[in-house]
Write a protein that binds this ligand. Sequence first.
Ligand SMILES: [Ca+2]
Ligand SMILES: [Ca+2]
Length: 168
Amino acid sequence: MLNYLGKSQYTADPLFDGMLDDFRIYNYVLAPTEVSVLAGTSLTAAQWRQAYFGTSADTGDAADTADPDGDRVVNKLERAFGGEPTLYEPDLQPTVEVAASNLHIHYRKSKALTDTTIAIEEADAPSANWSLAVGSTQVLSDHGSYEVVRFSHAIDTNAPLFLRVAVE
Ligand SMILES: [Ca+2]
Ligand SMILES: [Ca+2]
């Protein structure tokens, strides 16, 4: 089938009256977050729910605490990590790694966040008070709609150390 930019298959339709700045072809259907990032815009929580679930309300499958795809990552975290809330993704959760004298935590960060922040927190016991972790952050790879980020914290062999990804 022959197609045109700015000209419809239907002769009754007028020609496009404007300018085209960018044109791309994908071999798959873009996810709402990908479209948002391509357009240089971000999604609020309500817009993200609307795009994926057809409702802006924080209820049912669209609720922040819901996990309709069963990948053990609730919607609020799917949004922060740039996940697909209706697609089972076994590798979406943050991972930790001990390397040399550092404790690393790897996580995905959506590039379309507006009203959500990600922070790394540390404590010397899970039940202790958590505070903003001191360390360095490095973007390991860019996947278009999200980045894979590594946070590194120096290990003091005499002190226990716990890190967590806090999404607010
Ligand atoms: Ca999920
Ligand atoms: Ca998912």
